[in-house]
Design a protein around this ligand. Structure first.
Ligand code: HEC
Ligand code: HEC
Ligand code: HEC
Ligand code: HEC
Ligand code: HEC
Length: 365
C-alpha cells in the first residue's frame, strides 16, 4: 500500500505544473501536425534557432547587465527552469543543452492554456494543472491512449488562446512596443481561422480524418502565401494619374513587429521598357525625441504608416497610363529593417535581409 502511494507521489512530482511533455512525444501519433509545426516560428522561437531573436537579445540590457532571459515567458515558455530564467535575482542564462529550452512554444504548452490573465505590461497564460489533458476543438473524436481531451475551453473556440503572448508588451516607459491591437470578432474570422486553416491530412495516425488544423502557423517567416488572400490590390485609373489601393482584410495592422518594413513597388511595362515608379514604405518606428531607438529605450512612436486593420490605403501615382501598358504591383516586406541589419550584426543572414513578396498583381490597361 505504502509503495503504491510513493509511486504516485513520484509521478506527480515529475509532472510538476510547469513540466511539459516534449514535442517529440506527440510526433508518434500526430505525424502530419508535428511535421508542419517544425516548420513554424513557434518551433523555432528560441535564441538557439531564431537568429533575429538572438541578435536582438545580444544587444538587450537584460542580457548585458542583469543576465536574465525574461523573453522566456513567451519565447521558451515550456522550459523546466522558466522561473530561474525569467524572474529577477541571480544571473541565469539560457542553456542550449536543456531539451525543454529547445521546444519553443511547445505543443503541450499551448494545449494546456486554460485561460488568459490580462496584465497592464503584458498578459499571462494560466496553465492547467493536469500535464496530460489537452484542450482542443474536435467535438467528434476518439479516445487518445496517451492523454485526456477537453473540448470545453472557450479560449480555443474563440481564438483567444493566442493573446496571452500576442496582445501587447509594454516597456518600462509604458510604451506598447509590440501590439496586435486586435478586433477579434471580425466576420467570424479570428487568429485561429486565419492562421490555422483546415488542410488535408489526418489529425492522428490512429484514425484517418480528411482534414486537420494547419500547424505551420503561416506568418511572415513561413507559409506567407497562405495569408495573401487577406490582402487585395486594386488599380483605379484616372485621366492623368492612377491609384493603387491595398485593402487589408485582416483584423490587425500589416506587419506587427517593430523590426519589420513593408514596401510597395510599382512599375509600368510600356513597349519593351520597364519604368519604375517611386516605391512606398510602411512601418511603425519606435524612438525617443523624434529619433529611432531600440524598443527598450523608446518613449514614443515616432512614425506609424503601417496599414491598419481593415484599412484600405490608396496611393496616388502621378503617371499617365496608356492603352497597352502593363502595371506590375508588388507588396512585400523585410523581416528586419534594412537600416538595422548592420547594427544587429545580421549581414550574413539572407532571410533577414531578403525582400519577401506577400502579394503580386499585374494590370493590363
Ligand atoms: C509578451 C510576450 C513576449 C515577450 C515577453 C517577448 N516577446 Fe519577442 N515576440 C513575441 C511575439 C508574439 C512575437 C511575434 C511577433 C510578430 O511576428 O509580429 C515576437 C517576436 C520577436 C522578434 C522577431 C523575431 C523574428 O525572427 O522575426 C524578436 C527579435 C523578439 N521577439 C525579441 C524579443 C526579446 C529580445 C525579448 C526579451 C527581451 C522578447 N522578444 C520578449 C512575444 C514576446
Ligand atoms: C499514443 C498516441 C498519441 C500521442 C502520443 C499523442 N496523442 Fe494527441 N490524440 C491522439 C488521438 C487518437 C486523438 C484523437 C484523434 C481523433 O479523434 O481522430 C488525439 C487528439 C489530440 C488533440 C485534439 C483535441 C481536440 O479536441 O481537438 C490534441 C490537442 C492532442 N491530441 C494533443 C497532443 C499533444 C500536445 C501530444 C504530445 C504532448 C499528443 N497529443 C500526443 C493520440 C495521441
Ligand atoms: C506562449 C506564447 C505564444 C502563444 C500562446 C502563441 N504565440 Fe504565436 N508567437 C509567439 C512568439 C514568441 C513568436 C515569435 C517567434 C520568433 O520569431 O522567434 C510567435 C510567432 C507567431 C507568428 C509569426 C510566424 C511567422 O512566420 O512570422 C504567428 C502567425 C503566430 N505566432 C500566430 C499565433 C497564433 C495563431 C496563436 C494561437 C493559436 C499563437 N501564435 C499563440 C508566441 C506565442
Ligand atoms: C500556439 C498554439 C498551438 C501549438 C503550439 C500547437 N497547437 Fe495544436 N491546436 C491549437 C489550436 C488553437 C487548435 C484548434 C484548431 C481549430 O479549432 O481549428 C489545435 C488543434 C490541434 C489538434 C486537433 C486537430 C484539429 O484539426 O483541430 C491536434 C491533434 C493538435 N492541435 C496537436 C498539436 C500538436 C501535436 C502540436 C505540436 C506538434 C500542436 N498541436 C501545437 C493550438 C496549438
Ligand atoms: C482575417 C485574417 C487574419 C486574422 C483574423 C488574424 N490575422 Fe494575423 N495575419 C494575417 C495576414 C494577412 C498577415 C500577413 C501580413 C501582416 O504582416 O499582417 C498576418 C500576420 C501575422 C503575424 C506576423 C506579423 C509580423 O510582423 O511578423 C502575426 C504574429 C499574426 N498575424 C498574429 C495574429 C494573431 C495573434 C491574431 C489574432 C489575435 C491574428 N493574427 C489574426 C491575417 C490575419
Amino acid at each position: 500500500m505504502r509503495r503504491v502511494f510513493l509511486l504516485i507521489a513520484a509521478v506527480s512530482l515529475s509532472f510538476a505544473s510547469n513540466s511539459f511533455v516534449l514535442n517529440s512525444e506527440c510526433k508518434k501519433c500526430h505525424e502530419t501536425i508535428y511535421k508542419e509545426f517544425m516548420s513554424a516560428q513557434h518551433a523555432n522561437s528560441t535564441i538557439f534557432k531564431d537568429k533575429i531573436h538572438a541578435a536582438v537579445w545580444a544587444k538587450h540590457p537584460k542580457n548585458k547587465k542583469m543576465k536574465k532571459y525574461g523573453c522566456a515567458k513567451c519565447h521558451t515558455p515550456a522550459a523546466n527552469d522558466i522561473d530561474k530564467l525569467s524572474k529577477k535575482g541571480v544571473a541565469y542564462l539560457p542553456d542550449k543543452n536543456n531539451p525543454t529550452q529547445n521546444d519553443g512554444i511547445s505543443c503541450a504548452y499551448c494545449h494546456r492554456i486554460e485561460s488568459i490573465k490580462h496584465g497592464k505590461m503584458l498578459n499571462s497564460n494560466i496553465i492547467s494543472k493536469e500535464p496530460k489533458k489537452y484542450f482542443g476543438n474536435l467535438q467528434d473524436h476518439i479516445k487518445s491512449p496517451f492523454h485526456k481531451i477537453d473540448t470545453g475551453n472557450k479560449n480555443f473556440k474563440n481564438g483567444n488562446v493566442c493573446i496571452g503572448c500576442h496582445s501587447h508588451k509594454k516597456n518600462k516607459f509604458n510604451l506598447n512596443v509590440c501590439s496586435t491591437n486586435i478586433k477579434n470578432e471580425l466576420d467570424k474570422a479570428n487568429c485561429v481561422s486565419c492562421h490555422m486553416p483546415k488542410v488535408k491530412g489526418s489529425v492522428s495516425n490512429l484514425r484517418e480524418t480528411k482534414t486537420h488544423a494547419f500547424h505551420g502557423f503561416p506568418g511572415l517567416h513561413i507559409h506567407s502565401n497562405m495569408l495573401s488572400k487577406y490582402v487585395d490590390i486594386e488599380l483605379l485609373r484616372e485621366i492623368d494619374d492612377f491609384w493603387i489601393s491595398i485593402n487589408n482584410k485582416s483584423s490587425h495592422a500589416l506587419t506587427l513587429h517593430p523590426l519589420r518594413v513593408m514596401k510597395l513597388e510599382v512599375s509600368v511595362k510600356r513597349g519593351g521598357k520597364v519604368i519604375k515608379l517611386p516605391s512606398k514604405i510602411f512601418l511603425r518606428a519606435l524612438g525617443r525625441d523624434g529619433k529611432p531607438t531600440p524598443p527598450w529605450l523608446a518613449t514614443e512612436i515616432i512614425k506609424n504608416t503601417s496599414i491598419k486593420a481593415n484599412e484600405k490605403r490608396s496611393i496616388k501615382y502621378n503617371f499617365h497610363l496608356q492603352k497597352g501598358d502593363e502595371v506590375k504591383v508588388v507588396l512585400g516586406y523585410y523581416l528586419v529593417n534594412p537600416k538595422l541589419i548592420k547594427k544587429l550584426g545580421l549581414e550574413n543572414d539572407e532571410k533577414a535581409k531578403k525582400f519577401h513578396i506577400l502579394k503580386e498583381e499585374s494590370f493590363k490597361i
